[in-house]
Design a protein around this ligand. Sequence first.
Ligand SMILES: Nc1ncnc2c1ncn2[C@@H]1O[C@H](COP(=O)(O)OP(=O)(O)OP(=O)(O)O)[C@@H](O)[C@H]1O
Ligand SMILES: [Mg+2]
Length: 247
Amino acid sequence: MSSIISVKGLSVSYERKRVLTNIYLEIDTGQIHGVIGPNGAGKSTLFKAILGLIDTDSGSILIEGKSIEEVRKRVVYVPQKNNVDWQFPATVFDIVLMGRYPFKKIFQRLNKEDKQIAMDALEEVGITHLKERQIGELSGGQQQRVFLARALCQQAEVFLLDEPFVGIDITTESKIIQILKKLANEGKTLMVVHHDLSTVEEYFDKVILLNQRLVAHGNTDETFSPENIKKAYGGQLPILHKTGGIG
Ligand SMILES: Nc1ncnc2c1ncn2[C@@H]1O[C@H](COP(=O)(O)OP(=O)(O)OP(=O)(O)O)[C@@H](O)[C@H]1O
Ligand SMILES: [Mg+2]
């Protein structure tokens, strides 16, 4: 298996407060990697650093051996939901179509093929019927599906999804995880920030346990151990959201 994202010695601070310290990660292709850790652990910050959206103190991040600037359109990012403001008017179809813009030159128009790709993405996530609706008028789960459709539309190699399952129903969640697993089977690489520890073993091939430092990274069955989870959560075993999960 080969690594597609390589993080070496990454440290990040906000206003001199260290939030990520000396992170080394090699992310393999064709797998779903869960990013797990308590609130404030630096999970979203890790994504922003990979995407080149924030300044870093030190370290290097390469995707396919290149800088993010060179491969940006092959990388999809769906931010943590509550950071998005839906006041501006746009239909579901508009939003999904935005996934095609990275492939266009400035002023170049979207064509039939782009629209077909967008339609296929809507179909895939099961929201074709919502196509003409205003994004701001959708439920949280429907909005999540719209972002996933846009991500599919971009036909990227790397997907960074920050808590895609927050505030959505169980049917939507299983639909989304099905799509993510299919993408991984097609050789795409996915990193998913996730809080529900009871579904980690079912969802992820690998886990990255983070709490400002890298606590552990590896195959879920070996790495997602009570010992490592305790380490990541500051000595306490967190309460699970659902029954089952860690032994
Ligand atoms: N723009 C910012 N300015 C200052 N501090 C920030 C900023 N963004 C995040 N932080 C701080 O950095 C730390 C890591 O934040 P981050 O958002 O990466 O955590 P997280 O692991 O994603 O948490 P959560 O599970 O709550 O989403 C937190 O202590 C947070 O308060
Ligand atoms: Mg976060």
